[in-house]
Write a protein that binds this ligand. Structure first.
Ligand code: NAI
Ligand code: MG
Length: 502
């Protein structure tokens, strides 16, 4: 756990960033909140303050939306060529890559994840996303459409579609992958020519604010990207309800997702895309290669401390291998080194906040109270920092909270199955539908299951494979729409049908 020897001392570059209250980015300028308020962000490994950040609220959102509207309608942005939009995104990717180490460190300090992970996953994935979207900027095309018009015999028409940016986009993101979630949101918005007001999560606003500096360095016109840190109930709610925002893109809890839909409906029927919770089934068949399935199942839940919307939190293992799988995953769990993310030996850091620590521990307690048993883990680790032991439950029932609800921590329930039909209905027996995985050597079985599982992503003999080119999003209450891939561009554009009489 965190010891004083692990306390990190930022170098001069980071110190510049952390030592003064971080202002927000509105209309190309760094400004303090209208209220003058700031809030503290903590290092979750030590519970110590890390930085103070301007606390955006309704008035700041108002200014940011106005700046985004101005940038969308006038100024250089609407006239910029697609090629130029692509170049700017590529430049942003290059700048991010040049500052990889600083971003990885910020992410680790703010979120708690191991630096070794932020370096190879969070930051490179964000770089790659911007590059992928840079390529799309020049490829956003309409169609020419032959039409018949039965009530206008003899008349000739020429029809085509235009794909136009949806407009001013409000983007509200969570704390589990702070920089990457900002990239998933900002990338397609900028590729399509939208303008943005981004509200980072109150727990982890730092990497988005640093990204704002790079956005200015890349020479984006003022107001194209505005970044307003603040709390969900104030700044977030104001953005979702704003009548001059054309679309809101949200990632977070299903509960807040529903509030976003209400706010959009009650204000201006802005378009809404949502990436919400999950309770992903991870199915290991007796014929799987257990040498990969076991570490795969462990990483499916323990990666990012289980703080993944797609975490493999329901581990179904066929009866004939159930004990072996549970023992194997338990052995993996025991090997995981918990500690502050800045320690190079750390494999699992703290949860992001006291709120999440309390939430995850109360789920563990509810599992125990309902009669489930832990094979390994089951409590907070240490007493400083928000660490939780990797935990495996057995003896669960489908009605238990730990089976039905998203825990968002390093807690997995292992469940035996025998009937191949029953496993499909058990796996699909959830309000969520974000991801699922199947481990088997039987190719037909794997593909059959891939069709039967009601989830936006199905992994076969792997887990947590993400790519900027692959669409990601949910069935059922896991959300609306897809992020990444070309699917994302459709949700940042409107289609206009133009018809000319010849
Ligand atoms: P949350 O849904 O409250 O927060 C996510 C984002 O929404 C943050 O930026 C927050 O400021 C904002 N927000 C909160 N209330 C809002 C409102 N009324 N209007 C507009 N924006 C609002 O999630 P929280 O409280 O951080 O975590 C609670 C649970 O949500 C987690 O335990 C997990 O189950 C789930 N979650 C899912 C995520 C995902 O990737 N799908 C990410 C984070 C949390
Ligand atoms: Mg919340």
């Amino acid at each position: 756990m965190a010891s004083s020897a692990d306390t990190f001392k930022p170098g001069p570059k980071l110190n510049r960033f952390l030592s003064r209250p971080r202002p927000m980015l509105i209309g190309g300028k760094w400004v303090l909140a209208q209220s003058g308020k700031t809030f503290e962000v903590l290092n979750p490994a030590t519970e110590e303050p890390l930085a103070a950040v301007a606390e955006g609220d309704r008035e700041d959102i108002e200014l940011a939306v106005r700046a985004a509207r101005r940038a969308f309608e006038s100024g250089p942005w609407p006239r910029i060529t697609p090629s130029e939009r692509g170049k700017l995104l590529w430049k942003l990717a290059d700048l991010l890559e040049q500052n990889l180490e600083e971003f990885a460190t910020l992410e680790t300090l703010d979120n708690g994840k191991p630096l070794t992970v932020a370096r190879v996953a969070d930051v490179p994935l964000a770089v790659d996303l911007f590059r992928y979207m840079a390529g799309w900027a020049t490829k956003i095309e309409g169609n020419t459409i032959p039409i018949s018009v039965p009530y206008a015999p003899g008349a000739e028409f020429f029809s085509y579609t235009l794909r136009e940016p949806v407009g001013v986009v409000g983007q509200i993101i969570p704390w589990n992958f702070p920089l990457l979630m900002a990239a998933w949101k900002i990338g397609p918005a900028l590729a399509t020519g939208c303008t943005v007001v981004l509200k980072p999560a109150e727990q982890t606003p730092l990497s988005a604010l640093r990204l704002g500096e790079l956005i200015l360095e890349a020479s984006y016109p003022p107001g194209v990207v505005n970044i307003v840190p603040g709390f969900g109930e104030t700044a977030g709610a104001a953005l979702a309800a704003h009548p001059d925002v054309d679309k809101v893109a949200f990632t977070g809890s299903t509960e807040v997702g529903k509030q976003i839909v209400k706010a959009a409906g009650a204000s201006n029927l802005k378009k809404v895309t949502l990436e919400l919770g999950g309770k992903s089934p991870n199915i290991v068949y007796g014929d799987a290669d257990l040498k990969t399935a076991i570490p795969g199942a462990a990483s499916a839940i323990f990666f990012n401390h289980g703080q993944c919307c797609c975490a493999g939190s329901r581990l179904y293992a066929e009866k004939n291998v159930f004990d072996k799988v549970v023992e194997g995953v338990a052995a993996e769990a025991k090997k995981i080194r918990l500690g502050p993310g800045m320690n190079p030996k750390t494999e699992m850091g703290p949860l992001v906040s006291q709120e999440q620590l309390t939430r995850v521990c109360s789920y563990i307690e509810s599992g125990l109270a309902e009669g489930a048993k832990t094979v390994v883990g089951g409590k907070r680790a240490g007493n400083r920092g928000y660490f939780v032991e990797p935990t495996i439950f057995v003896n669960t029932r489908p009605t238990m909270k730990v089976i039905r609800e998203e825990i968002f921590g390093p807690v997995v329930a292992a469940i035996p199955f025998s009937d191949p039909e029953e496993i499909v209905s058990s796996a699909n027996n959830t309000v969520y539908g974000l991801a699922a995985a199947v481990w088997t050597r039987d190719v037909s079985k794997a593909h059959r299951l891939a069709r039967q599982l009601r989830a936006g992503t199905v992994w076969i003999n792997c887990f947590n494979i993400f790519d900027a080119a692959l669409p990601f999003g949910g069935y059922k209450q896991s959300g609306w729409g897809r992020e990444m891939g070309h699917a994302a561009l459709e949700l940042y554009t409107e289609v206009k049908a133009v018809t000319v009489r010849l």
